[in-house]
Design a protein around this ligand. Sequence first.
Ligand code: HEC
Length: 185
Amino acid sequence: MRRTAYVFAGVLCSMAAALACSSDSMTGGGAPASANADVDFVAQPSDFTCILDWTNVRAFYITNKSGKVTEALAVANSANGGTYPVGTIIQLIPQEAMVKRKAGFNSMTKDWEFFSLSPSATGTQILKRGTTDVVNQFMGNCFDCHKKADPKFDMVCENTHGCDPLPVSDSVIHGVQQADPRCHD
Ligand code: HEC
């Protein structure tokens, strides 16, 4: 029985070689768009570009690197929230990002990977990436704040989803967004 299952899986894998049974070849920056929500997205420094080029929703900027911008925007614009598709990147400021990994990546963070970034005119350096252990430049733990968001909003805080507020004003946030060093030649 076990052997049958194994052989069957092997046949499926060789049939699906083009779709890559080994997920390694499907991960990484610029992974091709895929209809398969189970294909992971592992962000690379080059995936973090000028946030002003992405879609602005209320205070934040959002994109999707797995060809699911429409689906991601539908969640962002829904009063009922929802679960963001794999490959979604959301940023409030150029220095921080949350990236949606595939289902099962981390149940505590609802499969979000948190990033502390150092953007510059020449590109983006990833200072720290992780789940429950990433802190921002004020030594605030991303997960500790974002976990307080109403569950239906998939860890997205905004001003109204129940998170502790950031210690900076809206106008400061706006200024930091506009000053994204990657947006200026
Ligand atoms: C003190 C609590 C706190 C900490 C710590 C914190 N955040 Fe947030 N974050 C917020 C709040 C509140 C907002 C919404 C701000 C707004 O809309 O004006 C926000 C907004 C965001 C957004 C835009 C989407 C959203 O949730 O509204 C992203 C992305 C984000 N934070 C990522 C991070 C990352 C990554 C870290 C760690 C490196 C981090 N945050 C640390 C509270 C926090």
